[in-house]
Design a binder for this molecule. Structure first.
Ligand SMILES: [Zn+2]
Ligand SMILES: [Zn+2]
Length: 541
């Protein structure tokens, strides 16, 4: 019997991590992070790996499909806990080295390169990477030979017919596997709701070239730094339009450096102008690539919009191209940012003005259908999506004629034996929120939520020997304006005194504290509808 256990990415978009187990060997496919945009002081969120301990088995390593953060970002946290080898395509490996270096786990890491159509062993599994196209270079699917037959994991993919790096989607190999017989397919569900073709990256280049050619001043293209195909096209456009590439933001700098060192960005040295000297270039010679397409406040595009970028000032005559989709949830930040750019006098071009300025990296529904038809698996598990995406993708697989289709979410085991797939038991799964490399305890996150929602109050009560509160000091934050609403503070103090009086002389410190806490919360609930987090100190006089 073989078991698959998703630790992340099933029931959500992002944080991909799938464990596959046979004969006590556990192989992990991808190890990614996600983000928490609730403004609670969280850098990244990674899967809770404790199920791997309770799974009670030997981890033979991690195999990475491609270099996106939602597939590699959690490796530093996993490797701190389990010292296991990591296999990845060269470009992803370059990015992994950067990540591990930041976390000081690079020195001990065992990193191994994978190549398409070159199988290797991980414990009792044989793994063969297969080239797929995606919005990052060097992306792979995986064909894994197991005791229960062939497993195919699509990784993230789209069917790009003319990838800018010339590395074509290996439909031939997937077809061969389909002919030979595949037991299980796990495939990317992200764009199950989108009909029609995804569109080729090279066509985005055509639209971008028109936008650059038609500009008189500087052109700033904001995009996901990891889209090396698009960076490559922008390099060609810069050469043809006699401009220099200026890389603004840490992300594009890192990706360009790693891509150049792995051969995925064949840029001559004189194409890239040092960002620190961007002011020396006439605006008509600038083709800048900026991070921050999602409205991130500290990224290059936001700094340009606020006029705070150290290397470049943009304004009337300059053109900003948003060459990205806005991830659901980020719309307010993106709109605010575009507003600032417009107020500066920049011309802003987006998917709304120029439709072809971005294409997705994830297969639309017809390509997902293609994938299933190519591989023709006996069993199917949709991966990488919310429960909605997974359920619709499962329905598509049934429609195409796959016999055993199961939707499982993070923490639920899928069991495969003799060509059949059934949902198995659940194990512990969850999320670990991290800031500056350290896990934030769930209680602390909850406290931050409460404080943001309800505000905070600190109450110091002095009680005499007869049990009377002779002094009550009250300080609030995020509840009322203490200068404007002194009456409400006074009402709360009076309520505290009354509540403690009810205890008479019998109350111990804990009871006094609790009475005071409830009185403060009740008072502000009446006047403001808020129950502030309240901390009470009791003193005896
Ligand atoms: Zn991806
Ligand atoms: Zn992904």
């Amino acid at each position: 019997m073989l078991r698959v256990l998703p630790l992340g990415g099933l029931g959500e978009v992002g944080m991909n991590c799938m464990a596959v187990e046979q004969r006590g060997d556990v192989l992990l496919i991808d190890c990614g992070v996600t983000f928490d945009n609730r403004s609670l002081g969280v850098d990244v969120v990674h899967p809770d790996f404790s199920a791997l301990d309770s799974f009670g088995h030997r981890i033979v390593g991690v195999v990475v499909t491609h270099g996106h953060e939602d597939h590699i970002g959690a490796l530093p946290y996993l490797l701190r806990r389990h010292d296991v080898p990591v296999w990845a395509p060269p470009y992803a490996l370059g990015l992994i080295r950067e990540r591990l270096g930041e976390h000081e786990v690079l020195a001990h890491a065992r990193l191994l390169e994978t190549r398409p159509r070159t199988p290797f062993m991980m414990g009792s599994f044989q793994v063969e990477p297969i080239r797929v196209t995606h919005s990052i270079a060097d992306a792979t699917a995986l064909a894994i030979t197991t005791d229960e037959g062939m497993f195919v994991h699509s990784g993230d993919f789209k069917l790009d017919e003319a990838p800018p790096d010339g590395e074509h989607f290996d439909t031939e190999r997937l077809g061969q596997l389909g002919d030979a017989g595949v037991t299980l397919l796990m495939s990317d569900s992200t764009n199950i709701d989108v009909e029609g073709p995804t569109g080729n990256e090279i066509d985005v280049g055509v639209v971008l070239e028109e936008l650059v050619e038609g500009a008189t001043g500087a052109v700033v293209v904001a995009m996901f730094a990891s889209n090396i195909h698009r960076l490559r096209l922008l390099g060609d456009i810069a050469r043809r339009t006699n401009r220099k590439i200026v890389l603004l933001g840490r992300g594009v700098g890192t990706h360009a450096r790693v891509a150049r060192s792995t051969g995925y960005l064949p840029w001559p040295d004189d194409l890239v102008w040092p960002d620190a000297q961007a002011r020396e270039l006439p605006h008509s010679r600038i083709l800048a690539v900026a991070t921050g397409s999602q409205g991130e406040a500290n990224a290059a595009l936001a700094k340009l919009a606020r006029g705070e970028h150290p290397a470049l000032d943009i304004g009337p005559g300059d053109r900003v191209v948003l060459s990205a989709r806005t991830i659901p949830g980020n719309e307010p930040e993106v709109h605010a940012l575009l507003g600032l750019l417009i107020k500066r006098g920049c011309e802003v071009r987006t998917r709304l003005t120029d439709r072809g300025v971005h294409v997705s990296g994830h297969a639309h529904r017809p390509e997902q259908r293609n994938m299933i038809e190519m591989v023709r698996p006996k069993c199917f598990i949709p991966v990488h999506g919310t429960i909605h995406h997974l359920t619709r993708h499962a329905a598509l697989a049934r429609e195409v004629g796959v016999e055993h289709v199961t939707v499982i979410e993070n923490g639920r085991i899928g069991e495969i034996s003799e060509g059949r797939l059934v949902p198995g038991p659940s194990v512990h799964s969850g999320r670990v929120h991290v800031f500056a490399g350290h896990a934030i305890p769930p209680t602390v996150l909850r406290e931050r939520e409460v404080m943001a929602e309800e505000g905070f109050a600190s109450c110091a009560v002095t009680v005499d020997s007869g049990g009377t509160a002779i002094e009550v000091q009250l300080v609030t934050r995020g509840v009322v304006d203490e200068k404007l609403h002194a009456d409400e503070l006074e009402a709360a103090r009076a309520a505290v005194k009354r509540a403690i009086a009810e205890l008479a002389a019998h109350g111990d410190d804990a009871q006094v504290s609790e009475q005071a806490r409830l009185a403060v919360r009740r008072t502000f609930f009446k006047s403001r509808g808020k129950k502030p987090m309240t901390v009470v100190h009791v003193r005896r006089s």
